[in-house]
Design a protein around this ligand. Sequence first.
Ligand code: KIV
Ligand code: ZN
Length: 513
Amino acid sequence: MSDKLIIFDTTLRDGEQSPGASMTRDEKLRIARQLERLKVDVIEAGFAASSNGDFEAVKAIADVIKDSTVCSLARANDRDISRAAEALRGANRARIHTFIATSALHMEKKLRMTPEQVLEQARLSVRFARNLCADIEFSPEDGYRSDVDFLCRVLEAVIDEGATTLNIPDTVGYAIPELYGNFIRTLRERIPNSDKAIWSVHCHNDLGMAVANSLAGVKIGGARQVECTINGLGERAGNCSLEEVVMAVKTRRDYFNLDLGIDTSQIVPASRMVAQTTGFVVQPNKAVVGANAFAHASGIHQDGVLKARDTYEIMRAEDVGWSANKIVLGKLSGRNAFKQRLQDLGVELESESELNAAFVKFKDLADRKSEIFDEDIIALVGDESVSAEVEHYRLLSLSQHSETGERPGARVTFAAGQIEHRAVAQGNGPVDATLKAIESKLETGAELLLYSVNAITSGSTESQGEVTVRLQHGGRVVNGVGADPDIVVASAKAYLSALNKLHSKAERVAAQG
Ligand code: KIV
Ligand code: ZN
């Protein structure tokens, strides 16, 4: 049995299924590049057959990623599998991940198929996929709640057809660590050809045990691949969190005795990028990547850490990519220094015109904020307006007035395509007035589900505010993020960014439909 643990990241597929976390092609590409820097073994880039947008995203990622295997999800049918193979054609290393539900509940109520039909479809699909790609992963959806005898028959059949990885999802997050670990072990012990494939775990976090279940699948069950997402992003309570699994295996190597290919110093940059792109902020006390994960507040702890770090620290902050807030650039920094800093941060902009757009924004920010930190630069390049994607709505100018005893008002000028709108409105506060002004012209009718403000760098009121806005309209939920030292401006940017996403026509179907 191999002692390498394969890290399969599904932030761009299962993570993206979280309502409001959908990403554009360029956003996915940027995250895929970061995942490659993190050295994940497999990047599940999307579900190519679900929409043209997802097909294009998988294809773009397959075309540029060289070191990680690029994978596409596909339902167990020829059309989905062909589409996945087509999107992956340019990949250095490609994997097709095909799935069909095997629990009695899903087969009867969702698929309306008999177990024998499901078995046959699984077998034929893996056979079909294997003719298009050498690396085939098969998942029995809702596997953990499936009848074990039936599951053994399905898994044995797909190994015979050439499946190279078998993934056992706890689709609804129902498992308990010991039981899940034993379940994987039972399957491996009972299936005669089980040694011909790598076993994988895929756990959802509904009961808060996705990481514990995955680790039990590895330790007790002998799985050698973990499927996970950055920040545990994913539907409902999310997926198994990559950073937690990786740091558990690394920190407790004495117990797991497994090797990892991951460059852990890229964990925090990846976490920030995903949070910023999706608008799903990381809770401060989240393990490994939360802002407080390495902050020792109590006097006793501080004293201990100052005397000897390992009194209270089991991991080093710098090993997972935390760097103290550093002033990196200022008003007088030139284009070359800016470009160099982007390179040091591992940010690759697609073209010179994107670099120029980012530099103009940097200069604008440096005029208003004396100290520019790495976090500011990352927020700046995450801004939609420096990406190559078309921005339909753009903020042109904003003024607002608030005074004690007066009702606040805002005057907003923004572009919608070629049309320039000038809007004025009053509201309960300057942010409310600003969003009402925009709506007075557009009348989108979008419902505001979430509005949140975070300081990008802590400890100073000079920090930029990062605003996240979540909108729902026509059955779609999108997040918009905007950053600016002025939080009213950041709010307007975030609102327009969410409207830009609603404006993009891309339609998606749920992976587990
Ligand atoms: O949770 C699940 O069952 C899945 C499969 C499609 C692998 O995400
Ligand atoms: Zn899943």
